[in-house]
Design a protein. Sequence first.
Length: 396
Amino acid sequence: MLSRMSSSTHFDILIVGAGLSGASLACALRGSRFRVGLLERQPPSLPLAEGWDARIYAISPANVEFLQHCGAWEHLPRERIVPVEKMDVRGDAGGKLAFSAYESGLQALAWIVESSRMADELWQTARRQPNISVLCPASPVEMAVDGASAKVVLEDGRHITASLVVAADGVNSWVRTQAGIAAEMRPYGELGVVANFRCEKPHFGTAFQWFRPDGVLAYLPLLGNQISIVWSTPESHAQELLALTPEAFCAKVAEAGGLQLGELELITPPAGFPLRWMKADTLVAPRLALIGDAAHAVHPLSGHGINLGFQDAQALVEMLLALPEFRDCGDLSALQRYARARAEETLLVRGTTDALQRLFKADLAPLGFVRNAGMSLVGAISPLRSVMARYAAGLF
């Protein structure tokens, strides 16, 4: 239920931002001893559209387990979740790399889920929990931290105190700015163009990815002969794509994918969103922790964006639940355990995706040979492919 608060309220943990990362953190704390506040400017759009959401995520098996723990996964509509059984990656000069769930001993390499469906279910799950108060609509305007607590003032004049504030409010995080935590931000000069299509040929549960001179194009399988695409491409080219007629856009996407799935028919209009790289200087400060896009932003070519956010939430929950009851959950020494737990994976994913984007963007003949030869070499070694697939699935 939406909470009615007095003019001053205290929470053990105040989560600012009820997007996927923030809401999953709240849900993962259900039934815990912590009193949790979940603050959001506006709720997810309701009712949900009948058609397919153009914003699609590939959720790793490890994060499926996390969403099960959150109590949300089992309530998602099974008929709208699609397993990725194979992945076919192509370089820009003959390089090939393929992954198989069967070869890697996995039920699926990932599960395709619509952003809006996950957001709605996490939102509903959070609202059902007795230890979670949903503050919405609510906009923070001031924040201050002292030795005893963090204090947040809302636009309507209400005052909130918390032992710990979690910034889950996106790449332009208000909380991060208020806390004085700097962030290194670098635009890629690209848009991610997304849309959904009906295909002439079946995809057989295969996700396709092409590293092209004009960017990275991914086909993600939906139910039946349908796919969702993400085309990460320079802004000028993206604007050209978005200006095309539906028929011309379909032809361009089909051609860019080598007619792998035959002709395409548009079922949701295309949209574009800016891509950027971002790294906060620190994930924690006294009485403050950053998760998800408030902590880091990566290129979507690896599909790790929301998976990193869910793993942030899981790591923070594990640290909080392991604390003795007498321990202050906002204590910096405790929060540093969370920061250490997330340091290796975020550095690896952020660095790898950025390096791949730069490597395939560089228009130099020697680099073209090296990157495609390397891709084909890895693709020829079955054990290495399996190791990479299981790592991407979050199972190491």
